[in-house]
Design a protein around this ligand. Structure first.
Ligand SMILES: Cc1cc2nc3c(=O)[nH]c(=O)nc-3n(C[C@H](O)[C@H](O)[C@H](O)COP(=O)(O)O)c2cc1C
Length: 353
């Protein structure tokens, strides 16, 4: 059976696949544009999006504001004007300025997790930009959507559920991850029920998108059967010609075996999933000195005195230096990727039932 388009209010994606935002420097215009051109929704990560700009060392914030527009325009061009959005982490320092800038350049959607995006509705007020929080539990979904309802009388345009098999930061405790993996399908059903009650309240459809470990068509069919309208996939798109990551980063994915996919402690206070390497081993027993603070996180989320390493520095090193000495975020299925392909080929495979 062919996949049904994803309809978010007045936006229609021909294929119900959103490419997950990947910072730093992994999902920029080339990848997001290619995904959108195939009928999905391409997502640019705003995490230090301007790291290649000359201004970056002097003023990361200004460089990022500049790059938001540049990358968005380039992605739209590649996509023949298909749907392009941004992933903005709620813990980002100056979160409000990032959201407003993405709205200003014309973002079709904004997806926001890694913290609660409490103020997101007021920041997009009066624009056409559609918003989605990332949630990992029905409790989390309820708390956030109730807050939006009380404060703004607004709700989400769609919701991304991120499960425990995702890459990058995870919304679960490291100790409970295997239990969370076992129980995720039940949790999805509960989240779907929760969201349905907000659909009734607001008299509108709120499509639900599942992310985390989605790899092939049978995974997609599984989550659609649980009540989702689409999926968000990130890891699967890393080892493509179009992905903005450097070759060494892609090679680390190709060389990873199942036992190399590991859980690390992030200074953000959440666990993260990454590929085991010199860096992931080093941080188990060593505090890595911080060379330069680029004010990536709000003070609430980063205590510069006590953090084991700097998250921006290590994610930047993964795309500018030897990734073996940096954090290589990856989802639980990264080890299944054995060769480089193209976004077109992945879409052809996933849309053929
Ligand atoms: C390399 C990498 C970087 C990521 N960076 C971010 C990020 O900056 N913000 C975010 O919300 N999620 C981030 N994620 C999570 C993805 O957007 C996505 O939701 C998740 O990885 C989906 O699972 P999958 O990779 O198994 O498809 C990242 C994932 C990877 C693999």
């Amino acid at each position: 059976m062919s996949l049904k388009p994803l309809v978010i209010d007045n936006l229609v994606a021909k294929v119900p696949i959103i490419q997950g935002g990947m910072g730093i420097g992994i999902s920029l215009a080339n990848l997001a544009g290619a995904v959108s051109r195939e009928g999905g929704i391409g997502i640019l990560s705003t995490a230090q999006i301007g790291y290649q700009e000359e201004l970056f060392e002097k003023s990361p914030l200004r460089a990022n504001m500049l790059a938001i527009e540049k990358q968005f325009k380039k992605a739209k061009e590649i996509a023949n004007n298909g749907l392009i959005g941004f992933n903005i982490m709620a813990a980002t320092f100056h979160y409000d300025r990032y959201v407003k800038r993405c709205v200003e350049v014309g973002a079709d959607v904004i997806i926001s997790g890694a913290g609660l995006p409490i103020t997101l509705p007021e920041l997009v007020e009066g624009s056409q930009t559609k918003i989605a929080p990332i949630v990992s539990s029905s409790k989390g979904a309820k708390v956030l959507l109730n807050t939006w309802k009380k404060r703004y009388n607004k709700t989400a345009d769609f919701v991304v559920i991120e499960g425990p098999e995702a890459g990058g930061h995870l919304g679960f405790k490291a100790e409970t991850l295997s239990k969370n993996i076992e129980q995720m399908d039940d949790e999805i059903v509960k989240i779907v029920e929760t969201i349905r009650s907000f659909e009734e309240d607001f008299g509108k459809d709120i499509p639900i998108i599942f992310a985390g470990g989605v790899f092939d068509r049978s995974d997609i069919d599984h989550y659609l059967a649980l009540g989702c309208s689409g999926v968000q996939m990130a890891t699967r798109f890393v080892v493509t010609e179009e992905c903005d990551a450097p070759e060494a980063f892609k090679t680390a994915y190709i060389n990873a075996e199942q036992e190399d996919i590991t859980i690390i402690k992030s200074p953000v206070g959440m666990p993260g999933r990454a590929i085991k390497n010199r860096f992931s081993e080093r941080i188990k027993h060593e505090q890595v000195p911080i060379e330069k603070c680029r004010s990536c996180l709000s003070y609430k989320h980063c205590d510069r005195e006590t953090i084991p390493y700097c998250i921006t520095e290590t994610l930047l090193n993964a795309v500018t230096k030897d990734p073996n000495d940096a954090l290589i975020f990856a989802g639980s299925n990264a080890y299944r990727i054995k060769e480089k392909t193209t976004v077109k080929a992945i879409f052809a495979e996933l849309t053929t039932a």
